[in-house]
Ligand binder design. Structure first.
Ligand SMILES: C[S@@+](CC[C@H](N)C(=O)[O-])C[C@H]1O[C@@H](n2cnc3c(N)ncnc32)[C@H](O)[C@@H]1O
Length: 303
């Protein structure tokens, strides 16, 4: 179903989610430790590299990138002006270049950057192969593209909710898209927050090296591409329905994560450096209290 795996739907989803994205949602699912472990595959420490961060959002991953690369050498691309406005306010990202644009049609030239990074954005792309081909196109020969994204949950209920919400690819799909795009020396590693302890893996970082200059050998294959649609009343209603139901399916994961924190509160993280300890902040604690109150209310009405 993947209700928010469409550009316009993703735009409106982030129109409101950007308000509480950094404070409430993102730190539950995409933590500093995951980010920094994943970025290791991008080999950002090499001197003089120019990096493009696609689907850069509020700049959480970009903040990890600028730990290795001067902000002046980092370019951020996102289709959401609301997400980007928040990234622009971050002190560490002051020197970055910001450009609104589409991951499937990146507004930069061929062979321009040394590194391509995209974290947590592929879930919204109608044609992921096209997006990865674009990652290939914009980097120089010998450059590295690094994609970070979620994996399809093993648990049946979680898988149903995830697939209703957006794209949760399988590991083999990431691998297939990277190979098709023409990448070589492909490497992968799994990432997850401390509270995830179920079956299966949670998220993946996959990197590949561009072997030769120019476009991806798979460029121009438009299978699955989204065509521009006129915004009729019907289309607006469809969009509103998709954003509403898709958001509800996605928000189920918030209480799941908050309760995961409680479950794992008394164990784990002892060997984790202070900087990477994952703790609930005030907004998340408030959300947890509200959720517990709602559950209590529902139980008292039903019983
Ligand atoms: C989950 S956020 C990830 C943000 C950031 N990379 C991070 O690590 O926090 C996904 C971002 O992808 C952006 N996005 C979704 N579809 C896009 C597209 N087709 N082109 C560019 N950006 C897109 C959204 O606007 C959103 O800011």
């Amino acid at each position: 179903m993947r209700l928010i795996q469409h550009k316009k739907e993703a735009y409106w989803f982030y129109r409101y989610l950007s308000i509480f994205y950094d404070k409430l949602v993102n730190p539950l699912f995409w933590t500093k430790r995951m980010r920094d472990e994943a970025l290791e595959l991008g080999q950002l420490g090499q001197p003089g590299v120019r990096v493009i961060d696609v689907g850069s959002g509020t700049g959480f991953t970009t903040e990890g990138i600028v730990r290795h690369v001067p902000a002046e050498r980092v370019t951020c691309v996102d289709q959401s002006p609301h997400q980007m406005a928040r990234a622009k306010k971050k002190e560490a990202l002051r020197g970055c270049t910001f450009q609104l644009g589409d991951a499937e049609n990146i507004p930069f030239g061929t062979d321009e950057f040394d590194r391509y990074v995209s974290a947590g954005s592929i879930e919204y792309w109608p044609n992921p192969q096209q997006g990865i081909n674009e990652g290939y196109r914009v980097i120089k020969p010998g450059g590295i593209a690094l994609m970070i994204g979620p994996l399809e949950p093993v648990n049946g209920i979680a898988r149903f909710m995830a697939n209703t919400w957006m794209l949760f690819p399988k590991e083999e799909e990431y691998l297939h898209w990277f190979r098709e795009a023409g990448f070589q020396d492909i490497k992968m590693r799994y990432v997850k927050p401390h509270w995830v302890n179920g079956r299966g893996e949670y998220g993946i970082a996959i990197s590949g090296v561009k072997p030769a200059a120019g476009l991806s050998p798979a460029a121009g294959r438009t299978e699955g591409a989204e065509t521009a649609q006129e915004m009729t009343t019907g289309r607006w209603l469809q969009l509103a329905g998709r954003v509403l139901i898709g958001s509800l399916a996605g928000f189920i994961f918030i209480p799941a994560a908050l309760f995961g924190y409680i479950r794992s509160a008394f164990g784990g993280q002892t060997d984790v450096p202070e900087e990477y300890r994952e703790r609930l902040n005030g907004y998340q604690l408030a959300a947890l209290v509200v959720i517990i109150l709602i559950i209590g209310l529902v139980i008292s009405v039903v019983v």
